[in-house]
Every structure is written in structure tokens, then in C-alpha cells.
Design a protein. Structure first.
Length: 83
């Protein structure tokens, strides 16, 4: 992306006048050092989780996924016991 057009283009993305295509989003993600999915997070906490997860090895990502599954199961069991 040419530096002279980058700032106006980013401004238009920020204002919602234009939406970047997936290739542009990927280039931005690479430049910012975040995963592409970062741009699709709906809140700050989700974005932080995505960035953190991206730094983990595949094995550690699998471990986090398993832990998350257990937390969901526990929460679901707790809500069914109190209802």
C-alpha cells in the first residue's frame, strides 16, 4: 500500500465509508502482528483472547480448547442444578 494513500484509505475504513477486502485485512493483520480474526471480534476481551491464542503452539491451543470445553460443561451443570 502506497504511504500517500494509506492514511486517507484507513480514515475511510474507520468512518465506515468503505470496507477493506479480505486481502487488505490480511495485510493489515500481518503488519499489526495480529491474526486476521482479530478484526471480527465484537469486544475488546475477545480481541485480546484471539491475540493471546495466536501466540500459542498448536498443542497449547488444543489444551486451551479442552479447558474451555470443561468450563462450559461445568457452567452448564451448575445452571441445570440451580434450575
Amino acid at each position: 500500500m502506497d504511504e500517500s494513500s494509506a492514511s486517507p484509505r484507513m480514515n475511510q475504513y474507520e468512518k465506515g465509508k468503505h470496507t477493506p477486502d479480505i486481502g487488505t485485512l490480511k495485510a493489515l493483520a500481518d503488519e499489526l502482528g495480529v491474526p486476521l480474526s482479530y478484526f471480527f471480534c465484537e469486544d475488546e476481551l475477545s480481541a485480546e483472547l484471539v491475540v493471546s491464542m495466536n501466540k500459542l503452539s498448536s498443542a497449547d491451543k488444543r489444551r486451551v480448547l479442552e479447558m474451555t470445553g470443561r468450563l462450559i460443561d461445568e457452567a452448564s451443570e451448575g445452571s441445570s442444578e440451580s434450575g
